[in-house]
Design a protein around this ligand. Structure first.
Ligand code: DI6
Ligand code: FE
Length: 427
């Protein structure tokens, strides 16, 4: 769907040689409306902006009339007034999994009860069974179309969780598949170990034994193989208690890994307090979080990752406490939560729209939620904004104002994507 931009005025080899540097590696974008997401103006907007990219970095950005003369000899592309945002970041996904749950979706809409769906092998158990049955190549092949859909909307960084293996080998295979995705596409993949996602059937009512015998040893093994960038858990009545999650976080601390948590999604269990105490990068879902939780998150600097796709799919009615997050200065991110059960969503643009319509975020908060605040939720300090020295991850849009990205439904105005300085134009 993408090609390298052949219209760029790439200098000849002679020019390159005469300058003593590789100019194919550097270029200027002019005629750009820059939504830098830097503090100050709304969206950090620079109406008539320009920027210079060298290698994988932003060398300069600012108003076009301030572009230093020294860039005048670089290859240049006039964007004709298009909007440029930071490359989008999906900071919470489960895109690696086997099978799908469309059959279960259909059963439910034909009137089957939750128990009937479960008895027919539905629910998270069916995804675990299908994921265990898939090999690495099958998991990668299944995830690629979902990843490509995200990339086609300007996504340049994505988080991918394990958690549908719930046995040592399959958890490792899921994480290897996530790493492979990052090798196959121009996208940064951050991996998260989510062994404490559900208690597998063979450990029913023995969650602590599952943690001791499977989850914790697998985390050690995955870390030893370099497969883990962060550690997550599902703190919920139907999954793990805060005390059990604390044991997983103890091991994460021992291994020097940052933590995050699925907390207060369906009920209030105290996971947010625990995650904040452990300095979590983010606390995710948080529909049932309280003002005290928001205070704790603010003190810890944890990001609230809001997941409107899951809220929509399970027809939740409890809204996350946005007013407390705003009042206490908790940064809010938005993500797809792409998974086969509660959020079969692989559009970050639709997520922006849902964040505004369902959660009443402003379009500016929504865009911050998939750029600067999403970067923070992943512990990535080199992206999510447009500023010199940061990684050149950008999305270039055929729109005139940033709010259009959140306003339209089912419309993809991406013109081009820049990942690590590499410009790909949508065809
Ligand atoms: N919260 C969710 O919404 C998903 N996982 C989680 O921790 C549900 C996953 C599934 O149903 O497959
Ligand atoms: Fe999730």
């Amino acid at each position: 769907m993408y090609r390298h931009n052949e219209n760029m005025r790439i200098p000849s080899k002679e020019q390159v040689n005469s300058k003593g540097g590789d100019m194919r590696d550097r270029y200027v974008l002019t005629g750009a409306k820059l939504a830098t997401m830097e503090p100050g103006a709304p969206y950090g907007l620079i109406e008539d902006g320009a920027m210079a990219v060298q290698g994988d970095r932003i060398a300069w950005c600012g108003p076009a009339d301030a572009l230093p003369d020294s860039y005048s000899e670089w290859a240049a592309e006039d964007l004709g007034g298009r909007l440029v945002t930071p490359g989008l970041i999906d900071c919470h996904t489960h895109i690696v999994f086997g099978g799908d749950r469309a059959g279960e979706f259909e059963m439910r809409l034909n009137g089957a009860s939750y128990e009937e769906v479960a008895r027919a092998g539905g629910g998270i158990v069916s995804t675990v069974t299908a994921t265990r049955a898939a090999d690495l190549d099958a998991l990668v092949a299944g995830a690629l179309p979902r990843l490509d859909t995200l990339i086609a909307e300007g996504v340049t960084s994505i988080e991918v969780k394990s958690g549908y293996g719930l046995d040592r080998e399959t958890e490792l295979t899921m994480l290897r598949a996530a790493r492979r995705l990052g090798e196959l596409r121009d996208v940064t993949v951050k991996t998260t170990f989510l062994g404490a996602h559900a208690v597998p059937a063979d450990y029913a009512n023995r969650a602590d034994a599952y943690l001791d015998e499977v989850c914790l040893p697998t985390l050690r093994a995955a870390h030893a193989e370099g497969l883990v960038d962060a550690v997550d858990g599902f703190c919920e009545g139907i999954a793990f208690s805060a005390e059990q999650i604390a044991r997983v976080f103890d091991l994460a601390a021992e291994l020097g890994l940052p933590v995050k948590l699925h907390a207060e999604q369906l009920s209030h269990q105290g996971g947010t307090k625990l995650a904040a105490e452990r300095g979590a990068l983010s606390v995710d879902h948080v529909e049932y979080a309280t003002e005290d939780d928001a205070r704790a998150m603010a003190a810890a600097g944890s990001v609230a990752v809001l997941l409107p796709g899951a809220f929509y799919t399970i027809r939740e009615t409890q809204l996350p406490p946005m007013e407390h997050f705003r009042a206490h200065g908790v940064p809010m991110a938005l993500a797809t939560d792409c998974n086969p059960g509660s959020s079969p969503l692989s559009s970050l643009l639709l997520t922006l729209n849902m964040g505004c319509t369902l959660f009443r975020l402003t379009p500016e908060e929504a865009l911050a939620g998939v750029t600067c605040n999403a970067a923070r939720a992943l512990g990535l300090s080199d992206r999510g904004r447009i500023a010199s020295g940061l990684r050149a991850d950008l999305a270039i849009w055929d729109v005139t104002r940033p709010a259009e990205l959140a306003y339209r439904i089912g419309f993809n105005p991406l013109h081009a994507r820049v990942s690590g300085g590499k410009l790909e134009t949508r065809t």
